[in-house]
Structures are given as structure tokens and as C-alpha cells.
Design a protein around this ligand. Structure first.
Ligand code: 6CS
Ligand code: FE
Length: 300
């Protein structure tokens, strides 16, 4: 199929110059069944309906402590300071995120293969899976900047060439998530609507979008429509909890001006049957530390 054919057959066109539309999703959110892993039929039905699942206490307090120490080691690692995988906060210059964290940390590499994580990803996606992207978000106290409303899949489709929304993110809280320290907000059920975004993708967009995304964000009108239809839930709870959310759910987080950091490990699993093609709405691919092109299935 030529690139032009791919665009003509694109079920999820975005980064348009015309009026944005709400497109009904063609794909399920859950591809596996209760016999494929630890999630029950009721949990899978709820994930299909809401687009997210919270697993309280996925990690024990001792495990959280280990990852928290690992996170701090990485953020202090002088050899990483100039590394492009380290994203700093626009205003304060503090570390905001570190990408490819499953390659930079043996501990996180083990977590990716942990049965509590890998089995759920395989079950939701109904196939072998690989890591599309991993990052650790620090969301430091006092000056942590949030993430404006967006669909991850809209970016991954437009800029990474992800064909369909057959990817799921697992955000594991390493600090307590409160409503007031930038806890992730989600619109339950919004994953069933693909919201087109206006504006051509700038070259090297990731160099600005990972600090503050301005292209690939929905209009106020569309955010208002989705919020009116679905409401807004928030992922809060003690450290160690995990939020599994569909690649296309509308989500965002507020700034963090409290003294309490809101740090999480963020693992994105993609189905090996949904391997990246060429970007659907960008002039070139993003670097592999943001969008992996190693589709080798994860094995325990
Ligand atoms: O562009 C991306 O891939 C990243 N940006 C955001 C705001 N969420 C998903 C992902 O980590
Ligand atoms: Fe996101």
C-alpha cells in the first residue's frame, strides 16, 4: 500500500485544516477474554465501557520504595543530564520526564515482564505485546506542570504511525495521588470517540510537545461536549496503585503547586498486530525513544 493509499484509507484522520469532527471509534478497547489473564469478565466489561481500570495496590509499599529510589537515582544521574530522553520543566528546568526508562533501569525492565503487569496488557490487547513508550513522570512539587486534555492515540497515530487504538497505558503511582497534586483526570467512555485535532504537525514537534502540547489538542467545544457526555473522573489513591487506560481516552492533569510530588512510571503496551507504520499526519517519524520500532514481543 502506498503512503497515499494509507491516508485515503485512514479511519482516524487528524491534524486537519477544516472543522474538526467527532469520529466514532471502529475498534474495541478490550481484545482478549477473561480466560486470557487475571482480569475477570466483569472487569473487562467495565474497561470496555469506561476505557480505564484502577488496580489498587499493584505494587507493595516496599516495591514502591525501591522504584522511588530508582527514580531519584536516574534524576540525579549526571551522565543523563544532556541526554535527549530527559525532558525538563519549561519554567523551572527541573526533570519532568525520563523516556525509555525500561532500558535505563533494570528494575523497570523487570516490571515490564512482571506477571501482574504483562498478563493484564496481553489480556486487554488480546495478543503478544511490546513497549511502544516508557517514561517516568516526576511532576515535582511546587512547579510541576500538568498535561492539557488530549488523546494519546491521536498523537501516536498522527506522529508515530500507530494504525489503530490497540494500545494500553499503565501508569503506576510512586507517590500518593491526591486531587490537588496533579492527579490524572479522565473522561470515562470518551475512548469510544476519536476527536480530530486542527493544525498541521510542526517538524520536530516532540521537542516542544513533551514540555507543553499545543498541536494535537482538541478544541474547547469538543472538550466541553465530551465532558458534558462523560463527566470527569480522577485517578487518586496511595502509591502502588496502577491506572490502566485506553490509548484513546481523553485525559489530562493539572499543575502541581503543592509540596507533594505526583510521580509515576508510565508504560505503554502496543499489540504486535498494531505495529507502527509511517506517520499518518507528520512529515517524519519521532525518535525511537518516544516511539519504539522494535516490535519483538515481551517474554517473561
Ligand atoms: O506524545 C507522547 O507520546 C506523550 N505525550 C503525552 C502528553 N501523553 C502520551 C505520551 O507520553
Ligand atoms: Fe497522555
Amino acid at each position: 500500500m502506498t503512503l497515499t493509499d494509507a491516508r485515503i484509507q485512514d479511519s482516524y484522520p487528524t491534524r486537519i485544516t477544516t472543522e474538526p469532527e467527532l469520529i466514532e471509534r471502529e475498534d474495541p478497547a478490550v481484545w482478549g477474554s477473561d480466560s486470557d489473564g487475571p482480569m475477570s469478565a466483569a472487569e473487562l466489561r467495565a474497561h470496555e465501557a469506561n476505557g480505564y481500570t484502577i488496580v489498587d495496590g499493584l505494587l507493595s509499599p516496599a516495591e514502591v520504595q525501591g522504584y522511588w529510589q530508582e527514580l531519584n537515582r536516574l534524576s540525579r544521574d549526571e551522565t543523563l543530564k544532556a541526554d535527549e530522553r530527559v525532558i525538563t520543566e519549561k519554567a523551572s528546568g527541573e526533570v519532568r520526564s525520563i523516556f525509555d526508562v525500561h532500558k535505563l533501569s533494570d528494575l523497570v525492565a523487570e516490571l515490564v515482564r512482571d506477571t501482574r503487569v504483562l498478563d493484564r496488557a496481553r489480556q486487554i490487547l488480546g495478543s503478544d505485546v511490546y513497549i511502544h513508550q516508557s517514561r517516568v513522570n516526576y511532576m515535582p512539587g511546587f512547579k510541576g506542570n500538568g498535561f492539557y486534555w488530549h488523546s494519546d492515540f491521536e498523537t501516536w497515530h498522527a506522529e508515530d504511525g500507530m494504525p489503530r487504538p490497540r494500545a494500553v497505558s499503565c501508569s503506576i503511582a510512586l507517590t500518593d495521588n491526591y486531587p490537588f497534586n496533579g492527579g490524572l483526570m479522565l473522561m470515562p467512555g470518551s475512548h469510544r470517540t476519536f476527536v480530530q485535532c486542527v493544525g498541521e504537525t510542526p517538524d520536530d514537534h516532540y521537542k516542544s510537545s513533551l514540555k507543553e502540547q499545543q498541536i494535537g489538542v482538541p478544541t474547547h467545544t469538543d472538550i466541553t461536549k465530551l465532558a458534558a457526555e462523560h463527566g470527569i473522573d480522577q485517578f487518586t489513591g496511595p502509591a502502588g496503585g496502577a491506572l490502566w487506560f485506553d490509548s484513546n481516552i481523553m485525559h489530562g492533569s493539572g499543575n502541581n503547586i503543592t509540596p507533594y510530588p505526583r510521580s509515576n512510571i508510565f508504560l505503554v503496551f502496543n499489540s504486535v498486530e498494531n505495529a507502527l507504520e509511517e506517520p499518518f499526519a507528520a512529515s517524519s517519524r519521532r525518535p525511537e525513544f518516544i516511539a519504539s520500532r522494535d516490535f519483538t514481543p515481551i517474554r517473561r
